[in-house]
Design a binder for this molecule. Structure first.
Ligand code: GLN
Length: 469
């Protein structure tokens, strides 16, 4: 099938009679079937997608179609969809079917999107390479010896390899942006609270957000307009009315800061650095003001992020106890063995590591030294960042210090893996929006991503700006 990179292309062909929604869905189903080796999809909603394609085609013909008619989209395996399985790529949710739909799924369906399947990810969204899935790693379609990035690896590859037009992922510390950068697609993490978390399996509730992975900024804008906004089911969803995304046009000279430390960072790959320098030169040529700024807290990003997210995860994951739903150990005999054995057998190594770390930083005696300290640093970083946004519109950095790495390169070393998030966790720590756009490639042709971050609730302005690049 021909490769489409935006919904407007698809809609144009449909209106000209050159394409129908059923043939489009068939094309995507074929792409999924012929690329099973990538392991991007855990389940394909084939029959349903075919049935919905017919309905949507009729709606288009009758003039009653929603904004997303013709959009074929995948959802990450931590986003609930009523009467569909959801597992967070964990054995502990084996056999579990969702009894309600997340707000984002309801909003997609209300606008006639077609959900084609659920995508593989790191277990409970914990990881940066998709090597932590109970269902095996996801391969990067550009080089199958390399990782997809994570944790929304299946989401990124589903878009990269043409299995669907767009995907929804989740981002707690970079899980949308980093795989987007490794796979050469656009990944957007909205402001915390701009998209409802109702029906998203929680990892770290004060960091988690759902967002789109696409092949064009215009599709990201469109999806934000559909999935964003207040939601009475989620008290942490902002009550601020959603700003218009699609019509927003960026104009005028912008002030852009880049953190010296991110571009001069030790360990940044030379091709990534070069791409950042090229982008800075281009921005200046376009008439924008671009200035280096010192970011004194870079070394604190990873410790703060991992202290707070593991603490929240240790609490959130307490509900998976082999009692109410999901996996129960065959060796369970009584209350204690049910909980202990179900959790020991059901969770993978990385999830267990984080539950233990989180329990430790919250334990009496260590609470003040770790958890409270990290909360204070989060506040200091937030204040510093907000202050910076009084002077600048956006902050630029590479999305990741490196391109997609080979399988196993960091899997044995959790610290090396955690450092993969060094540039992305900042946005989750202070809560603002950040987007990764493909910008250049290394000498082997592997995609490089550049990240722009903006102040909270500047989502629409941020996307309108990157659209001009
Ligand atoms: N790689 C980070 C982690 O392992 C980010 C994950 C995410 O954003 N869900 O926590």
């Amino acid at each position: 099938m021909k490769r489409y990179t935006s919904l407007s292309q698809i809609r144009k062909e449909i209106s000209e009679g050159a394409l129908t929604v059923p043939s489009l869905v068939n094309g995507y189903l074929e792409a999924i079937a012929s690329q099973k080796h990538l392991n991007a999809m855990l389940e394909v909603f084939e029959e349903e997608a075919i049935a919905r394609a017919k309905e949507v085609q009729e709606k288009i013909q009758n003039g009653t179609a929603g904004k997303l008619a013709g959009m074929v989209i995948s959802i990450k395996d931590n986003i609930c969809y009523k009467h569909h399985k959801v597992s967070a790529s964990s054995k502990i949710l084996e056999g579990f079917e969702s009894i309600y739909s997340s707000t984002v799924v309801e909003r997609l369906l209300a606008e006639d999107a077609i959900i084609i399947g659920r995508t593989n990810c790191d277990e409970f969204a914990m990881g940066a390479s998709n090597e932590n899935s109970a269902f095996g790693p996801v391969k990067n379609a550009l080089d199958t010896n390399r990782v997809s990035g994570g944790s929304s690896g299946g989401a990124a590859v589903s878009v990269q390899s043409g299995m669907c037009l767009a995907a929804l992922g989740s981002d707690t510390g970079g899980s949308i942006r980093q795989p987007a950068s490794f796979c050469g697609v656009v990944g957007f993490k909205p402001t915390y609270g701009r998209v409802s978390r109702w029906g998203l399996i929680a990892y770290a509730s004060s960091f988690d957000i759902i967002g789109p992975l696409t092949q064009s900024i215009e599709d990201t804008q469109l999806l934000m307009e559909v999935i964003g906004g207040p939601d009475e089911n989620d008290a942490t969803a902002s009550v601020k009315p959603l700003e218009p995304f699609v019509v927003n046009q960026s104009s005028g000279k912008k002030r852009i800061a880049y953190f010296k430390e991110t571009i001069e960072a030790e360990g940044i790959e030379p091709d990534v650095k070069q791409s950042a320098l090229n982008l800075i030169a281009k921005l200046k040529e376009m008439g924008h003001e671009v200035e280096p700024v010192s970011f004194p807290y870079l070394d604190l990003m990873i410790p703060v992020y991992y202290t707070l997210t593991t603490a929240e995860a240790s609490s959130n994951l307490g509900r998976f106890a082999g009692m109410h739903y999901g996996y129960r150990s065959k060796n369970a005999r009584d209350l204690e063995t049910t909980v202990r054995k179900s959790r020991s057998e059901g969770f993978g190594t990385e999830v267990k590591r984080r539950i233990m770390l989180g329990t430790f930083v919250l334990s009496s005696g260590y609470y003040d030294a770790y958890y409270s300290k990290a909360q204070k640093v989060r506040r200091v970083v937030t204040d510093f960042t907000k202050e910076l946004f009084n002077q600048y519109d956006f902050i630029l950095s590479p999305t990741s210090p490196n391109v997609a790495f080979e399988f196993g390169a960091k899997a044995e070393n959790p610290i090396a893996m955690y450092l993969a998030d060094i540039f992305t966790v900042h946005a989750n720590i202070f809560g603002g929006p950040a987007v990764s756009i493909p910008y250049g490639a290394d000498s082997a042709g592997l995609p490089i991503g550049m990240q722009f971050t903006a102040n909270t609730f500047e989502d629409s302005n941020l996307l309108a700006f990157v659209k001009t690049l």
